[in-house]
Design a protein around this ligand. Sequence first.
Ligand SMILES: CC(C)(COP(=O)(O)OP(=O)(O)OC[C@H]1O[C@@H](n2cnc3c(N)ncnc32)[C@H](O)[C@@H]1OP(=O)(O)O)[C@@H](O)C(=O)NCCC(=O)NCCS
Length: 296
Amino acid sequence: VMFPLQGAQMLQMLETYLRKSLPESLKVYGTVFHMNQGNPFKLKVLVDKWPDCNTVVVRPQEQEMIDDFDHYTNTYQIYSKDPENSQDFLSSPEVINWKQHLQIQSSQSSLNEAIQNLAVMKSFKVEQTQRFLYMTTEAIKKLVPSLLDVKNLPPNSGKLKAINQEMFKLSSLDVTHAALVNKFWHFGGNERSQRFIERCIRSFPSFSLLGPEGTPVSWSLMDQTGEMRMGGTVPEYRAQGLVTYVVYTQSQALEKLGFPTYSHVDKNNKIMQKMCYNLHHLPMPCDWNQWHCVPL
Ligand SMILES: CC(C)(COP(=O)(O)OP(=O)(O)OC[C@H]1O[C@@H](n2cnc3c(N)ncnc32)[C@H](O)[C@@H]1OP(=O)(O)O)[C@@H](O)C(=O)NCCC(=O)NCCS
């Protein structure tokens, strides 16, 4: 059985429901939060039951998924109260179109078993990426205060060091900067990823520092799940505190808008882990997962 959730009231109820399962529901919670704020990516929600749902899938509308090879567009966010029993629901071609190149994102690594079983059943290759999931102290205070143990906060202030204000100007990005972001994005570097970045820039607030030449030298974006992502600094300007400044400014601005603020970091990226530590973004007990699926 598959049930599409429609209308503002149902989506509001779902947001409240997901909020009770944070941080495991974070990726889906963030997505539904932004669906309730105007839904610029025109996503839809499918559940297995209502109102007491087990599994929630957020995905684009079929008419948006016209390129079988575009896994950036063909992205699904999943939360399940009962991951072991989510497989039947996820196997339905109306819930997930397993014939396309696609991505699944979730804050629950426990979905892996169902996805691996489905890979055998439906004949696709799957590659899982697991990373650290972080929330800002402000978001934790507001959404999951039980996770905030003040004794565990880093000894620093959580504030940032000064940058050269004469040399760098705070700004946003425009779509013409997508190529630059794409060049340094770990999951990017192709035409489809560039289109995805352009869409993120058009749809959500973005943050950058312009260098002396008036072009962005450091930046951070937001995606359709509300995650702060794709941060980068051009090599010539690294290790001057720039990305720390941009991400600090970004999280302050998004918190002011009432957005849940969170991010992920590669397990090998010590620099971004240090930045998170410095800014009091705290690692969550669950992680950030992405499964890239390619039909065989
Ligand atoms: C990771 C990256 C964004 C860092 O940007 P940056 O502007 O140089 O970062 P910052 O100067 O704000 O540095 C953050 C912290 O890491 C430290 N750091 C920066 N570069 C470092 C290096 N090469 N070696 C050791 N420490 C380093 C800084 O000293 C700072 O810590 P501190 O404030 O305690 O001194 C940049 O290197 C980059 O674009 N890399 C490629 C893309 C990428 O990995 N993006 C992140 C995806 S989540």
